[in-house]
Design a protein around this ligand. Sequence first.
Ligand code: B12
Ligand code: SF4
Length: 452
Amino acid sequence: MKIMLVRPKPHKNSLGLADLMTCEPIEMEYVAALCKNLGHDVVLEDMILEKKPLDVLVKGYAPDVVMFTSYITHVNVIKHYSDLVKGVDARIVTVVGGVHSEVLPDDFKYKNIDYVVGVNGMQNTEILLNALEKNEKPCFKHGEIDKAYRPPMPDREVTRRYRKHYDYAYHVPCALLKTSYGCPYNCKFCFCVQITQNQYYEKELGIVIEELKQIEEPNVFIVDDNFLVNRNRIIAFCKLLDENKIDKKFIIFGRADFIVRNPDMIELLSQHGLDAVFVGIESFKQSDLNDFNKRTDVETGEKASDILYKYNVDLYAGAIVGPDWDRTDFRNFAKWIRKMHIRYVNLQPLVPLPATPIYDVYKDQLLLKREEYEKWDLTHLAILPTKLTPSQYYFEIIRGYFRTTASFSSLRYIRKKCGVKVEIKCFRGAMKMLWHYVKMMWEYRKVGTYEK
Ligand code: B12
Ligand code: SF4
């Protein structure tokens, strides 16, 4: 069969981050490998980079099956895409997979979507394609995640024509790699652990190294929800990098408490190319960390920043701005970030993503409708702030960025580390983000605070 894989372009009302970073669609490279191994012809259309509309591409390739990958912000985009596909030829089978559909498959119930593969998406795709060939009804493997499943190596050839565009913020060019699934913690706002049904499991390091050997890019963004879990695994990983003479720069996600408990692991990783760690420091208020069930404290975040600074590893901070923050909180937060030498912070309002434990806590005070999927982009306010109006709140977020990530000292640092070209790219991306925030300020100009 002829299969077209589609990575959606973010909706015009979402902040898709594409101006700042366009990561390789590694999820679709896995699906491509699976389909090719089953003997099908595959093309991948990355709609973030494609200039032609999807229906034109579908007419050109005439696929039997079109498959989409999904984040929450893509739900309406994918429904629209499925209309376009069926408009070209109603016999084409449309399929949705990907993280959002794995957790909330019903969001994709729609007249022009034929199948949602859901949990165990890779195995179910195999079941589906075999059934379609035999004209039978597929019998999907839903319920519990099959942790024993070994996915094929991602097929990086399918993205060959786009690869030069793939990067991650300051890391240009950049490839993606996944070495483990989930996280042993269970923060209340975290969607990632819903994807793995609150389980953590690892890929064999031998396979990880084989994958790394196929990567040509000098920078590798390891997209594990939490790479810093297991000391022995980190030691073995570094040993294998040496043995295989792999010399790359790595960006990872990790927790502050692991860094503080294991500074020697940061030293070791920094000797093996660790460039930056994305740490969810979330807040400078202990009460926020407790409410999120973060199971760590503010001081630990500060100590982690010292350790990363000592070993010349950048700390990218993820922060969650609480609905009760006022102007003083925003100012104190920025001071706290600067004190820790943090050059990059992602300021995200608290967004109770559907299916997370905090969704139920806030479901009666939501500012966003559930079906306004494109606005669940972790920048739109989903909950009404209690001390500032939404417009004032957005203004404080913008100001927060200028006090931290977009400050002169941060920009100077980026220029020194990555060069003027990267600085200009990031500056342009930041300006587009600024415009997105200004639009949101305007959109919510008439909305008051929760208490009012
Ligand atoms: C890296 C990353 C990004 C990268 C892009 C990565 C990429 N691959 O394109 C960047 C930084 C650009 C990004 C941006 C955003 N992201 Co993001 N991102 C991630 C992260 C950390 C890893 C994703 C990844 O690449 N995983 C590796 C692949 C191999 O795993 P996978 O996606 O699970 O795919 C497997 C299966 O799901 C399945 N599968 C996937 N797709 C399909 C399709 C078919 C047809 C089939 C059969 C199977 C299948 O097969 C794959 C192989 O096993 C996840 C966290 C997570 N745990 O998923 C968040 C995550 C996916 N992002 C999220 C969000 C919200 C966003 C943004 C909307 C907002 C934001 N500010 O972050 C934007 C939107 C970008 C856009 N283009 O529209 C949320 C999604 C929540 C949801 N309910 O949908 C997550 C879960 C994080 C979170 N905060 O909860 N993101
Ligand atoms: S530590 Fe990070 S990945 Fe793990 S549950 Fe908390 S937010 Fe999610």
